[in-house]
Design a binder for this molecule. Structure first.
Ligand code: GLU
Length: 141
């Protein structure tokens, strides 16, 4: 179980996302994270512990699109490295609720293709899978 918030607005979404995380904190509270998109750049910030720990690390940001997550770990210890969003390169940021049953097989396959994992979570396979599939698509375009 976890809390997930997404926002798009005509003003900075950061306060909206943080307020959403606070309201959903009962669903997961071992770590929290946020990813916002500004131009073509994703800015990610994560913290172990409650949403307030994440809030303390934030600086003002005028991004108008973003996602956020408060985690209840199933795969991997509570830590900043395991906190969502998970990224692959600079193009994909993923938050996820639940369990990916075949994450081990996917991880092995993706590592075989050169993907470098930076967390112990099942979720990270989704970010790498998206990036990998996007690369294949570009190669065949
Ligand atoms: N299985 C994922 C993890 O451990 C998601 C957990 C959740 O739903 O918060 O990171």
């Amino acid at each position: 179980m976890c809390g997930i918030v997404g926002a798009i607005a005509e003003r900075s979404v950061q306060p909206i996302l943080i307020e959403g995380l606070k309201r959903l904190e009962y669903r997961g509270y071992d770590s929290a994270g946020i990813a916002t998109l500004q131009g073509m750049q994703i800015h990610r910030l994560r913290a172990q512990g409650k949403v307030v720990e994440l809030e303390h690390k934030l600086t003002a940001n005028s991004a108008t699109l973003g996602i956020a997550h408060t985690r209840w770990a199933t795969h991997g210890v509570p830590s900043e490295a395991n906190a969502h969003p998970h990224m692959s390169g600079e193009r994909f940021a993923v938050v996820h609720n639940g369990i990916i049953e075949n994450h081990g097989a996917l991880r092995d396959e993706l590592q075989g293709c050169g993907c470098v994992f930076t967390s112990e979570t099942d979720t990270e396979v989704v970010a790498h899978l998206l990036a990998h599939l996007a690369t294949l698509r570009t190669d065949h375009a």
